[in-house]
Design a protein around this ligand. Sequence first.
Ligand SMILES: *[C@@H]1O[C@H](CO)[C@@H](O)[C@H](O)[C@H]1NC(C)=O
Ligand SMILES: *[C@@H]1O[C@H](CO)[C@@H](O)[C@H](O)[C@H]1NC(C)=O
Ligand SMILES: *[C@@H]1O[C@H](CO)[C@@H](O)[C@H](O)[C@H]1NC(C)=O
Ligand SMILES: *[C@@H]1O[C@H](CO)[C@@H](O)[C@H](O)[C@H]1NC(C)=O
Ligand SMILES: *[C@@H]1O[C@H](CO)[C@@H](O)[C@H](O)[C@H]1NC(C)=O
Ligand SMILES: *[C@@H]1O[C@H](CO)[C@@H](O)[C@H](O)[C@H]1NC(C)=O
Length: 577
Amino acid sequence: MIDKTGRPEWLKESIYAARTSRRVRICFGLGLITLLILIFTFAFAPSGEEGDGRFHRVYHWAGDIWHSDGKQPPVNHTFPIDVGYPGPTEMGKPAALADEDNFTGDPARGNSPIQTTIPEVGRFDLFKHMGNMSPYFSAPDFGVSTQKFRALAKGCRIERVHILHRHGSRYPTTSSSANLIRKLFRDMKATLQFSGPLEFLNTYDPERLGLELLVPLGRQQLFESGVQHEMEYGNLIDADLKDHGKLFIRAGSQQRIVDSAIAFMQGMFAQNWTQKADLEVQIEAAKFNTTLAPNFACSRAGREETEPGLVWGRDWYNEYLRNAVQRLKPYAKGVELDGQLLNAMQQLCSYDTVAFGRSDFCGLFTEQEWLDYEYFWDLVFYGSYGAGSEVGKAQGVGWVNEFMARLTKTAWNESTITSENRTFNNDPQTFPVDRRFYADFSHDSLLTNVLAALNLEEFNQPLDLHRPDPRRKFRTSTIAPYAGRFVFEEISCEKPSSDIHARWFGSGRQSGSKSVQAMQTDDGREHYIRLLINEAIVDLHQLKGCDSRADGMCQRDQFIKALAGRNEWAHWDKCFD
Ligand SMILES: *[C@@H]1O[C@H](CO)[C@@H](O)[C@H](O)[C@H]1NC(C)=O
Ligand SMILES: *[C@@H]1O[C@H](CO)[C@@H](O)[C@H](O)[C@H]1NC(C)=O
Ligand SMILES: *[C@@H]1O[C@H](CO)[C@@H](O)[C@H](O)[C@H]1NC(C)=O
Ligand SMILES: *[C@@H]1O[C@H](CO)[C@@H](O)[C@H](O)[C@H]1NC(C)=O
Ligand SMILES: *[C@@H]1O[C@H](CO)[C@@H](O)[C@H](O)[C@H]1NC(C)=O
Ligand SMILES: *[C@@H]1O[C@H](CO)[C@@H](O)[C@H](O)[C@H]1NC(C)=O
């Protein structure tokens, strides 16, 4: 029977009993509480295989209902570009090189709209010795003849490619010591007076530069790189587009990194790049994990005790600029010139040139002072981000772990997590390992971290704090200039016949014959890794276990084995007190 309120008989009776008896009310209450506890226990406990005996089955059933039964199609990731965290930025004032250029040399600037010929230092190109502030240029050889071995041997082809790319030319960072000149003018403007070679400072506008953002020249560098890599690896890109619809590209969230990735893809695909590529932007900020800015996950990063590079650099500029201080001192009134200020002026030569096309600071220094300035950056980078820092390798190994997953086409290994973001890396949509073309966009510091974590012996040699070795391999200008790039190529080759054998292994290299027997894989081809840093081949023989070869390549299995100990030597634990 159902009455006019719509309540069935049993409910009416229960309500009546509850109204009249306190004991029944308590029973109802307890029953309700027990029911709630049960629901919450099953619903919010993690679902999984663990969980013992009696409750396991019911737990699993309830958990599956709550967590979804796994049969629902996964929500498709949409790769938003605007994830926030662009970092601090400040736009600069416009350039006007056509008005300001008074250089009477070669008037044809072509595709390089900056004045890099400095009459005061003759033929020496100081722009190739500016450390991380060098505009992109192809690196000279690192010990392998790139000219001889760049062309693949007969029967070889490139299977897959992994690119780690730095952003292009930018304004000074917020923490840059180049900003000291701006501060000097803000604080002392009224009393400053310059003459002789420093005369130009009387009309210099120290507020003209912005902060952090990519400048148009930086955009050009990345656009050209996109064009270049589309030409080099268009077949791999095309195959990825056919198999996966879109390319998979990653970038850190800072504005210049995102802008660089976009310029690169515009070089590849023009304005329609969004239809051709997914850009995964990973947040660069405190408390976030990303291998593209590992410093945020490494709490001891950025301290003087773990990153002595700046201290080494400071000692060094006080030494190499001693003569310049004496030389220029008489022309500055109202300020005591010192090594720090002159080093800042050397940096402004680079910053003004990439932002405005030319700089009067460039002519103030001698060839030797530019070479020593280059070494200043080597000390800073080696000591703070490279093998000279106890957290240098630690910050690079996260990217290397990801690279290894991609190389072996296996899921990322969560048990060795360092700066990786497990949310991204445990999802094949946000960390695919089945692509032929990968490109990640990041900072000079990360390129240096990764170089250290790879344990390439020649690049990890200690630097003398007072005597630059002209034959050193660690040179920031050639490793991480603006728009610098590490390109790892996976190459496969037919089993070499004897004449190709002679070309590859050189004459009399005894390890050659050994490698011919090894490494026959199921597709009947031999597999190799080749590393190009800014287009120059790196000799991978410096890794333990890689055969010595004239072409610098390493057999794929040997390479993977050589890096098996990476998490031990990288010491992620040093990132924490
Ligand atoms: C996700 O994308 C795949 C492939 O494009 C499609 O088949 C699937 O229906 C999509 N899933 C959802 C939930 O939209
Ligand atoms: C260009 O102008 C700067 C000052 O603006 C001056 O110091 C320099 O000598 C000039 N160079 C030439 C080649 O005229
Ligand atoms: C770009 O995309 C639009 C819209 O899909 C299309 O009409 C146009 O033809 C594309 N342009 C190029 C150069 O592919
Ligand atoms: C990992 O990345 C995701 C997606 O950007 C983000 O929501 C999450 O906060 C990140 N986690 C950490 C610890 O960085
Ligand atoms: C993950 O790394 C650990 C530690 O190096 C190793 O023991 C384990 O075998 C790895 N797992 C896979 C699936 O490779
Ligand atoms: C972030 O990194 C830390 C340190 O390796 C790790 O403990 C944590 O699980 C990571 N978080 C995510 C979401 O990846």
